[in-house]
Structure formats: structure tokens, C-alpha cells
Design a protein around this ligand. Structure first.
Ligand SMILES: [Zn+2]
Ligand SMILES: [Zn+2]
Length: 164
């Protein structure tokens, strides 16, 4: 959705409310496309004493796999974002600002970037997920196995032992 903020930059009389669904089914994260249902966006842009602020929430559900045990995970989260919107930058270092040079904000692009940055780098089914056995591959959250971790015995510390 394109948000036309031209009037809003001129005066603070009319805050702009928006609410719509954004399709992120093509967005890749964690090596797959986890957004099978649209993301619900709801927000407002206001001009307070010449400062244009955008605040919005994104309610989304993702389906993916635990990074350790590969069990399916389906999680719903709500994210909240706030940005200051300007028509031009006064100082080059202000990269916290969203610049809309022609007065029109591409909300889809902004929300896609915001959500991607906010998502965790990897998803676990639980903080203490035990993962899979590296030898036989069973899910150690559900069962145990008799595999033994390879151990470093003292003989490994002396690579010349067998030569002597
Ligand atoms: Zn897990
Ligand atoms: Zn095992």
C-alpha cells in the first residue's frame, strides 16, 4: 500500500489511519517461505508540531522448523514499530529516519524490511531443546539413545604413540 503523506506534511489536522493485510508468502526466511497467511498491519501517521511519526503493529504467523530438532513450529507474534518520517534529511547520519522525497510512503516495502529485521536469526521449539543425536538422528526431546559421544582419550593427545 502507498501512503500519501503530502497533506499530512502540510498540517497536523488529519492523522492518517491505515489497516490492511500484506502478503509475505514470497518472503524467504530461515531458508524457506514461512508466512503462509497474510500479515495484518494496523497503524497511524500523525504530524505533531511538524514532526511526522508513523506507528504501526504487524500481527503475523510463521510456520517453520526448530533449528535444532527440526520439529514443526507455528508461532504468532505481534511486532510494534515507530518511525519518524521526513521529506529530506538534514544530516546525513540520521538513518533512523524514513525519507519520502515525493511525499508517498511505500508501506509494503517498509513493513517487509521491518519484519525481516525483527525476526529471530533462528527459531527453537524451546530454549532448552536437546536437538537430534548427531550419531543416530533421534529427537532427544522425545527419546534417548545409547550412542556415545566420541571421546578424546589420552592416547589422542600423543600423535606419536603408535609410532613408538
Ligand atoms: Zn527443537
Ligand atoms: Zn543416538
Amino acid at each position: 500500500m502507498q501512503l500519501d503523506l503530502k497533506k499530512l506534511f502540510e498540517s497536523g489536522d488529519h492523522p492518517l489511519d491505515f489497516q490492511y493485510e500484506l502478503d509475505l508468502s514470497d518472503l524467504e526466511q530461515w531458508g524457506e517461505k514461512p508466512f503462509r497467511t497474510p500479515v495484518a498491519l494496523c497503524g497511524q501517521v500523525v504530524n505533531r508540531a511538524g514532526i511526522v511519526m508513523l506507528t504501526y503493529t504487524a500481527a503475523l504467523t510463521y510456520s517453520t522448523k526448530c533449528a535444532r530438532c527440526l520439529e514443526p513450529i507455528r508461532e504468532s507474534v505481534q511486532m510494534k514499530f515507530t518511525h519518524t518520517v521526513v521529506q529530506q534529511l538534514n544530516q546525513e547520519s540520521d538513518d533512523d529516519y524514513i525519507v519520502v522525497e515525493n511525499g508517498v510512503l511505500d508501506m509494503d516495502e517498509l513493513a517487509t524490511d521491518d519484519i525481516s529485521l525483527e525476526l529471530p536469526i533462528r527459531v527453537l521449539c524451546s530454549e532448552d531443546c536437546k536437538g537430534l543425536c548427531p550419531i543416530c538422528g533421534v529427537n532427544l526431546n522425545k527419546t534417548t539413545c545409547d550412542c556415545e559421544e566420541p571421546e578424546w582419550t589420552p592416547s589422542h593427545r600423543n600423535p606419536f604413540k603408535d609410532l613408538l
